[in-house]
Design a protein around this ligand. Sequence first.
Ligand SMILES: [Zn+2]
Length: 153
Amino acid sequence: MDPLEHASIPALAYLALSSEPRLGVLTALVVGATFPDLDALTKEHRSYLHSFIPFLPTLLLGLHLGGPVLPFALGWASHLFLDFFTGVIPFAYPLIRRGYGIEIFARGGASGLRIEPKILTEYPDPRREYEISIGGSVALTLLTLVVTLLRLH
Ligand SMILES: [Zn+2]
């Protein structure tokens, strides 16, 4: 999942669910939702910032302090949730490098529709370069910007 999708999905959810959305909360949410992919700059994508070891203390701090830390942590949670369904999350990295995720197949044909979930488990992929296709996400991002302008004015 690319950064535009990671930013847009929780932003749209916040804008849809909040009775009085605020730009500061939205900004903290989007920063929290996108920053874990800074892991791509390290030796392994989906490593330190995709682990619960730094995430859980941040969430607890956000629950205790409130302010921008809480929406930041919730954005981070949305990132981990979305990545869990598009690959693997190494929950205890670097203590345990193996990651887990769920891949869901929908198969249709003359015999009907079948939904087939499959548990993924693997080590994080070593990355030398970070390359993503964001073409399909541009429309989602534009929609998010329009909804943001409409909801925050
Ligand atoms: Zn990620």
